[in-house]
Ligand binder design. Structure first.
Ligand code: ADE
Length: 228
């Protein structure tokens, strides 16, 4: 079973969307499990303080090293990869999602305020990851994104094991357009090739559509694809 652990100041956010649909079923089928840890439970003073002002000045507050470390040290297993969600982290991508789907367990730390004391990141060997070049108010939404992308790769979760393989990014291209019934809708027909029954032709058409879309929308992915 894949075990995820989330450290947060807002435990009520979880499991949120991850308890719905196939992920909810996979959760009750014990294909994965989530523990949610409230960082505030490790605060040591009577006010349950978790943050403080930065040395050297500046705006905002930082998550305290002692509180976060205490929370982590109680729960993180030896050798487990621990991630801190932050816009200054390494970019999270499909490759990392695949790697993490093969781990037994991972831990995710959701930040708030302006960040965390650097010392806890270095002493606890924490990897910093970002889900994209924009700033969220906290790491919770990012942790849900990371977990969502991992869960669909776990064996048995999607039912059809192939449906996680064919899609956008797995081959370095964006996905081709798809159509379902009715065959004609608002006077627009489905592309003829998809009705031909010729699987090789359909495969070729889909690849050329994927290539055209990727070239147009994501020159960065297109350059990488062409090199391989
Ligand atoms: N926390 C705030 N912004 C974030 C981002 N872009 N990625 C991950 N965690 C974040």
């Amino acid at each position: 079973m894949f075990q995820a652990q989330v450290f947060t100041l807002y435990p009520e956010v979880f499991p949120g969307p991850l308890a719905k649909g196939l992920y909810g079923k996979a959760l009750s089928d014990k294909l994965w499990n989530l523990s949610v840890i409230n960082i505030r439970d490790s605060a040591t003073d009577k006010h349950k303080t978790v943050d403080d002002t930065p040395y050297g000045g500046g705006t905002g507050m930082l998550l305290k090293a002692d509180v976060l470390a205490k929370s982590l040290d109680k729960k993180v297993k030896k050798g487990e990869r621990v991630f801190y969600l932050t816009p200054k982290g390494k970019k999270f991508d499909q490759k990392l999602a695949q790697d993490l789907s093969k781990e037994k367990s991972i831990s995710l730390i959701c930040g708030h305020f302006e960040g965390v004391d650097e010392r806890v990141l270095t002493t606890r060997n924490i990897e910093e990851i970002s889900i994209g070049d924009y700033v969220l108010s906290g790491g919770e939404a990012a942790a849900l994104v990371v977990l969502d992308s991992i869960l669909r790769l776990l064996p048995g979760v999607l039912g059809n094991d192939k449906s996680s393989v064919d899609e956008t990014f797995e081959n370095g291209l964006l996905e081709y357009p798809q159509y379902t019934k009715p065959q004609i809708w608002e006077e627009k027909s489905v592309p003829d090739v998809l009705l031909s029954g010729d699987h090789n032709k359909i495969k070729d058409w889909r690849l050329s559509q994927s290539e055209a879309i990727t070239r147009d929308r994501r020159p960065d992915l297109w350059q990488k694809y062409k090199k391989n």
